[in-house]
Design a protein around this ligand. Structure first.
Ligand SMILES: NC(=O)C1=CN([C@@H]2O[C@H](COP(=O)(O)OP(=O)(O)OC[C@H]3O[C@@H](n4cnc5c(N)ncnc54)[C@H](O)[C@@H]3O)[C@@H](O)[C@H]2O)C=CC1
Ligand SMILES: O=C(CO)COP(=O)(O)O
Length: 346
């Protein structure tokens, strides 16, 4: 696989904020070589709006989409002939979508996951769900992750990201197919570390959002983020990921962006919980995917199986389950026994 033959057709499954924004990146990137990008929208009205107005107003109010980006609610049409298939649906819905579309995937396509969730019940990463459901070879499944708030990228604010694949040449091929003047993808081969960084930062962003909602200051938030990165790294390494990945764009980079931004849905969910909304009210108010809410329990289950200590995650889960109040989160974390700082100290 070389960058001499980049994909002539890219299919994007999921027309939410990130699916649509990534489709714009791929279309901008491929415009000069006349590449076509097609996006699958669950709602036919959304596809119709994209095709007739070049906008997806529900998710990206002010963005005009490129002319070489088309949409359809017909997955067969979107997937036909695609060399790169990009998946951007909520993590807990991925398996059912793959089962539905399985026979439509072009057999030699490369699959790229944009999703940052862990499947409830199996604790599987999205790349594992794809490999299982489609019986796809590992070296043709990649993930993209990093400090990538969709809204900022849709406005073409300069951003970096990481494409991870066990085959570095495949990661490089994808990176070349989605590089744009405002988007710079790096590559690595650590799929596990890259995915875990993106998954767990959502849980840490819930905790930071709670701190923010309780009017706590920057010291508190920086302390949660830093120790959050430590527990994320412990889990990633226990699963086979690399420490250095967690100190890169898909670990520290994404953690900083998500925990600092009011654009983040996970951060927003934490703030709303701190303001006294119930979990159901938070979900209803936001009407967008905050993966940390569902993934937190799966992260904790996986950590428990592996004997990895994740105190922030454990307490966020307790808040989400209603076992403790948002006011108890801080005191419970601070009352623990004192210990050396190291990332791998449990
Ligand atoms: N929005 C962002 O800034 C970023 C999001 N991500 C990740 O991308 C993934 C997708 O998130 P977003 O696009 O932001 O979510 P979103 O909430 O903006 O959109 C989700 C999309 O999935 C569709 N959908 C909902 N239920 C579905 C189902 N059962 N089957 C198929 N489609 C369904 C919705 O209609 C919508 O088009 C998540 O894992 C998220 O963590 C990653 C990086 C940035
Ligand atoms: O993953 C993201 C930024 O990199 C988006 O975060 P939220 O899902 O919290 O909005």
């Amino acid at each position: 696989m070389t960058t001499d033959s980049l994909p002539g057709k890219v299919a994007v499954i999921g027309a939410g904020s990130w699916g649509t924004t990534f489709a714009k990146i791929a279309a901008d990137s491929g415009a000069a070589r006349k590449a076509e990008v097609q996006i699958w929208a669950r709602r036919p009205e959304a596809a119709e709006e994209i095709n007739s107005t070049r906008r997806n107003t529900r998710y990206l109010k002010d963005t005009v989409l490129p002319a070489n980006l088309r949409a359809s609610a017909d997955a067969a049409e979107v997937l036909a002939g695609a060399q790169l298939v990009v998946l951007a649906v909520p993590a807990q819905t991925l398996r059912e979508r793959l089962r539905e579309f399985r026979s439509l995937f072009p057999k030699d396509a490369v699959i790229l996951s944009l999703m940052k969730g862990l499947e409830v019940g199996t604790d599987a990463r999205m790349s594992q769900v794809i490999a299982e459901e489609l019986e796809w070879p590992e070296n043709r499944i990649a993930v993209l992750s990093g400090p990538n708030l969709a809204m900022e990228i849709a406005r073409e604010e300069p951003t970096a990201s990481v494409v991870a694949c066990s085959d570095l040449a495949v990661a490089g091929w994808i990176a070349a197919a989605c590089t744009a003047p405002y988007f710079r993808p790096y590559t690595n081969t650590d799929v596990i570390g890259t995915e875990i960084g993106g998954i767990v930062k959502n849980v840490i962003a819930l905790a930071v959002g709670i701190c923010e909602g309780k009017q706590m200051g920057d010291n508190t938030k920086a302390s949660v983020m830093t120790r959050g990165l430590a527990e994320t790294t412990r889990l990633a390494v226990a699963l086979g990921g690399k420490t250095e990945t967690l100190f890169g764009l898909s670990g520290m980079g994404d953690l900083i962006a998500t925990c600092s931004s009011s654009l983040s849905r996970n951060h927003t969910a934490g703030r709303l919980l701190a303001q006294g909304l119930t979990l159901d009210e938070v979900t209803e108010t936001m009407a967008q995917t905050a993966e940390g809410i569902k993934s937190a329990q799966a992260v904790l289950d996986r950590a428990t199986q592996l004997g990895v200590y994740m105190p922030i995650t454990e307490n966020v889960v307790a808040v989400l389950q209603g076992a403790i109040s948002v006011d108890e989160l801080g005191p419970r974390l601070l009352a623990r026994e004192l210990k050396p700082e190291g990332v791998h100290a449990s």
